[in-house]
Write a protein that binds this ligand. Sequence first.
Ligand code: RC4
Ligand code: ZN
Length: 262
Amino acid sequence: MTGHDWGYGVEDGPSLWHQNYPIAEGSRQSPIDILPQTASHDPSLGPIALKYDQCTSINIANNGHSVVVEFEDSDDRSVIQGGPLDNPYRLKQFHFHWGGKGCRGSEHTVEGHSYASELHLVHWNAVKYETFGEAATAPDGLAVLGIFLETGDDHRWLHTITDALYMVKFKGSVTNFKSFNPKCLLPSSLHYWTYLGSLTTPPLHESVTWIVLKEPIAVSEKQPAHSWWIPGSSHYGWFPIQTSQMELSLAFAAHKTTASTE
Ligand SMILES: COc1ccc(C)cc1NC(=O)Nc1ccc2c(c1)[B-](O)(O)OC2
Ligand SMILES: [Zn+2]
């Protein structure tokens, strides 16, 4: 399929994606509704470690579906490891999912509760695969850190992203976005749920080890995380798609883990 043959409207929304992307009816499709009570605690799962200190952000872009910040991923300078991961995965990009005006647009839900929006930090397995594209189609190719955004206090750093939005008003626009470190977007606790799932948007590859943080970060009403829209694209906002509950292993790091500073 070329271009963007999918969206969130009546004619191209999630319930129709299976027509062009049959994997939509696969066995490990995301997002899911997380049920903490039924998640099994897997004591073999340790804390996740984030090495984001040498992060090199490159640009910020509007791809018609989200605003994406890309990173330099030619070496292991910014990686996620530990937890369910057998090796380090390189940070490639992060992007957000949010709802239309005033509606709550997180993709994952927790016991049916939607959050204002959801941040996805996308990492790929450069130990086993040559390129992101190759990793994106492999069952152990991607590791995505999902962070819920909840309305509350003003987020000190999110404004650097929302301030940049006006520069990428239209689909296909890209602009410089240097030296942004996503470490500032992390909540205080890295306690997480993890499960094997997929991209939540076409091509829906079943290549993602999901690591969803329990603790949301707060953004204020003013920081329009839940009312962001992408002017110039055919729609705005992202709406959660519910798929069946999948085996979730709830991993409690025995202690409060903080992003590694190594
Ligand atoms: C047209 O899109 C592509 C073409 C070719 C390749 C190799 C990949 C993609 N798309 C892609 O990676 N999406 C994508 C990647 C990562 C995540 C998500 C979507 B998400 O579920 O929203 O959060 C995590
Ligand atoms: Zn996403």
